[in-house]
Design a protein around this ligand. Sequence first.
Ligand code: GTP
Ligand code: MG
Length: 360
Amino acid sequence: FEGMTIVELAKHAGEPITTLQDIVVNVGEKVTSEFDPLSIDVAELVAMEIGLNVRRIHSNEGTDIVPRAPVITVMGHVDHGKTSLLDALRQTSVAAKEAGGITQHLGAFVVGMSSGASITFLDTPGHAAFSAMRARGAAVTDIVVLVVAADDGVMPQTLEAMSHAKEANVPIVVAINKCDKPAADPERVKTQLGAEGLELEDLGGNVQVVEVSAVKKTGLDDLETALLIQAEMMDLKARIDGPAQAYVVEARLDKGRGPLATAIVKAGTLVCGQHVVVGSQWGRIRAIRDGMGKLTEQARPAMPVEIEGLKGLPMAGDDIVVVDSEERARMLSSGRKRKFDKDRLIKINEERIETLEPSE
Ligand code: GTP
Ligand code: MG
């Protein structure tokens, strides 16, 4: 809706012009003429107020579009070896340090591949309780690595991950892990996946399958190649200049530093000092840290960073939008909060009506 006038927006939404004028005044903007183009922030607010679901699409016109690293999310059933596989790929040991060896959050980091290419990986938890987190992981990613233990085979969260990937329209590369185990049966896993509708390469489809062992570090080169082939086919590119469009993959509260969000920039450049709206939260970016915890001035596409300076805790999956001023940030954030609250009320009411209806 950027650049639309009130008249045009009113026509689009089928609302009276005066209603929209009132909203614009309510959000603290001066209306000079209903024929003046609205800024993108005000347009978003007005659209939300009249109940439209809006999503910002940035134009790439006149800017440099350059290749970017793929963002790849590792998914699969609990304990099938997702974190171990990532550890093996980056040769560290996160799995051993985790409480009970169970991943409880979304981690993000860049792995430099032996071929010189780099890949941004997101780890996700396999535990049944973290379904929403996996759905968000699938939504911000280019490719899903579906990890299936060769001894255990296809399990409930394997299927769940498959459906998240399908819903988000993200291609899958299968990694059959734990192939070192005596009970490993990769052929059985392939048959199971095929039966679930995954079109594996072995069976004439286009889903690549690689047999690996995170512990014995076998098949890792093949996995790397498969991922780079998949990424190459997708021809991933991003605009570098201009305002950042980014997503939160993880957020936590630090006692000293306040709310911290791990974010991945999808396009543009996020710069220290900018005012941002993150989901329904807002803030001014006080510090940006790269994957190694080092302070940096800016974040470019596919680079996972930690940002500091938000006033509240955002949620994984929230979008990050750069705005001109603190005033705009506050305004947009409170507009979004109102919309979220309204949507939540509607949902609660719908559920209530459903439970009140006689079940025959
Ligand atoms: P969640 O994050 O809780 O879903 O688990 P995960 O999928 O990240 O599994 P994790 O990497 O924590 O590994 C679970 C267990 O499987 C650990 O005890 C690992 O040592 C073991 N494991 C992982 N990969 C392999 C493998 O290739 N071979 C063998 N034998 N064991 C493995
Ligand atoms: Mg894990």
